[in-house]
Design a protein around this ligand. Structure first.
Ligand code: HEM
Length: 441
């Protein structure tokens, strides 16, 4: 099987390591890299583990016994794991009683201002509200519609490239190709570069820079200083856009609200869009391709002409796969009763989105992929004020990429018996996906 590695794959792997690094850093303290995960007992690792595409059975057992259960954490932290759907939704909906500010954990004193990674995910209102208002308008269905032709073009070009890469000399795409590197990664990567307003002739350089900077910053358990270094490239882009605002997200914010936002905040927002929107979408595309290649009925719905059914199936794949396995940690600001337990002020609360999305109280038969799902209010994008900024963008990418992939290659199959899934991960997925495209002709 040909091994394809590109700056984009390198970037997606590095983003993954960086996310894991964040988690590790939360608990590592002076214990060094790996301290948190090394010390996590099996039950506490369950939310970051999978059994193939499914959450490990331990999570369902926990949810049945108690939808909010103790989560053993090192360093004297008192933790709770939320596995029930209504309970997780209640936590995510309640920014008043559950803070997302990461300084709750690392301690404000231990954090220098320039080390603040910025972004939206780990700050509270009113700062969160102010920054989200700046970026929010760019991610509405209406604003995003203008990106549709661009994404369609990217998808078409990538599928052409896959067909010729997989041509085994017979004129058919019969040889194996790494779908992750050749399709799942570049679709969101190029989409995000367009969202940010990176000029087309700078896109290759942009992605190569991203790969390099995440490689530097991504080591598990890296210090916050390394995160600071990793933002340098985006700060450079922000500075350039200050001088000459382009027509993407950064340029528009600078043109319309330039005096309300600092360069550091803008770089943090760009970093959040990149980190948040790149790997999660790439993973969902790759895992969806695995599911659809094995499920003829679902594939028919995906390539069919009923747009509403296709959209519903995309959301069902989002729920079923729930690649962002846990939400960022929340910190109780006050004593809270939830799911029959009492959470004390200062406790750490981790919501298992994958367990919540399969809670039978929310989704009957939720352990399998349903072709006619009754509900759309899954938690794959989170919920409440921190609900995914890019949810509509991700949906759009999936609705354009998945039908096009299976229309072009209706008999696409995974070339190995079992893909190599990630081990312990916040964003679940694969790092490569060998497939044989096998077009119909
Ligand atoms: C299938 C794809 C995606 C999934 C499954 C996903 C999942 C999530 C989840 C679960 C959260 C909430 C985390 C929490 O509350 O702790 C979130 C937040 C976020 N996502 Fe996504 N995401 C995806 C795509 C994207 C895209 C394309 C972007 C690019 C704009 C993006 C940017 C963000 C940002 C900036 C946040 C933080 C929002 C805030 O705190 O206000 N995501 N995402």
């Amino acid at each position: 099987m040909p091994q394809r590695s590109s700056p984009l794959t390198s970037a997606v792997r590095a983003v993954h390591r960086r996310l894991l690094g964040w988690l590790m850093r939360f608990g590592a303290g002076s214990g060094g890299p790996g301290a948190l995960l090394d010390r996590l007992p099996a039950a506490s690792r369950a939310p970051l583990l999978r059994d193939g595409l499914d959450p490990v059975p331990e999570l369902a057992r926990l949810r049945e016994q108690a939808p909010v259960s103790r989560l053993a954490l090192p360093l004297g932290l008192r933790g709770w794991l939320v596995t029930g759907y209504p309970e997780a939704r209640a936590v995510l909906a309640d920014a008043e009683r559950f803070s997302s500010d990461f300084r709750n954990l690392v301690g404000a004193g231990a954090l220098a201002a320039e080390q603040d990674p910025g972004g939206l995910g780990m700050i509270d209102p009113p700062d969160h509200t102010r920054l989200r208002r700046l970026v929010g308008p760019e991610f509405t269905v209406r604003r995003l519609a203008r990106l549709e032709p661009f994404i369609e073009g990217v998808v078409g070009e990538l599928l052409d490239a896959i067909a010729s890469a997989a041509d085994d000399g017979s004129g058919r795409a019969g040889a194996s190709v790494d779908l992750f590197a050749a399709f799942a990664v570049p679709v969101p990567a190029l989409t995000i570069s367009a969202v940010l307003g990176i000029a087309p002739d700078e896109r290759d350089e942009f992605m190569a820079h991203c790969g390099a900077r995440f490689d530097i910053a991504g080591g598990v358990g890296e210090s916050l200083g390394a995160v600071t270094a990793s933002l340098d490239y985006l700060r450079g882009i922000v500075a350039a856009q200050r001088r000459a605002p382009g027509d993407g997200l950064l340029g528009r914010i600078i043109a319309e609200h330039g005096d309300e936002v600092t360069d550091a905040e803008l770089a943090g927002l760009a970093d959040g869009v990149l980190t948040g929107g790149f790997e999660s979408t790439a993973s969902t595309i790759a895992l969806s391709a695995i599911v659809l290649s094995r499920n003829e009925a679902a594939r028919q719905v995906m390539v069919g002409t009923d747009a509403a059914a296709t959209a519903a199936l995309v959301d069902e794949l989002l729920r079923y796969l729930t690649v962002v396995q846990v939400a960022f940690p929340r910190f109780a600001r006050t004593r809270v009763e939830l799911g029959g337990v009492v959470i004390e002020k200062g406790d750490v609360v981790v919501c298992s989105l994958s367990a919540a999305n399969r809670d039978p109280r929310f989704a009957a038969d939720g352990e399998s992929l349903r072709l006619t799902p009754a509900e759309a209010s899954h938690l794959a994008f989170g919920h409440g004020v921190h609900r995914c900024l890019g949810a509509e963008l991700a949906r759009m990418e999936l609705r354009l990429a998945l039908p096009a992939l299976f229309r072009r290659f209706p008999r696409l199959r995974v070339a190995v018996e079992e893909p190599r899934f990630r081990d312990l991960s916040i964003v679940y997925g694969v790092d490569e996906l060998p497939v044989v495209p096998e077009p119909s002709r």
